[in-house]
Design a protein. Sequence first.
Length: 146
Amino acid sequence: MPPRGRDGLVALVEMANQDDVRRIALSLPGAREETGRFAFSVENRGKQKGFVWVWLERVEPKKARVPRADVVAVRVRDQAEKAVLLGADPDIFFTEPHYNGFPAVLVRLPAVTRPQLRKLIVEAWQCQAPRAGSVTPSRRARKSSR
């Protein structure tokens, strides 16, 4: 169902794309984009931990997966959060057998708003960032300005 304004009319909301994913992800402390593929990670205990990446769809069995620019995989806290998101809006969130048992959901970018995408990516970053760095970016900015 499209978002509605206070007057009940359908609100005109720009939907997200890969440029939005990149802008949001790289605004987070310690985030970096992988070379050669649309994926973002943060260092935690000496290792890069992915928090958002392009979905690689299996178009043909036994062939290489193909990047889908209109879908990203987003890390979630646990299987319970994954189940909640998958049940919340199947037009936005889905999964595939490759992600069974893994804490990530697939997000259709044309179906998600930029504010929704920002919330998803920030929460994904918090799942992977070192605990001391997991303060939300807006809180970190306020703390450093004191």
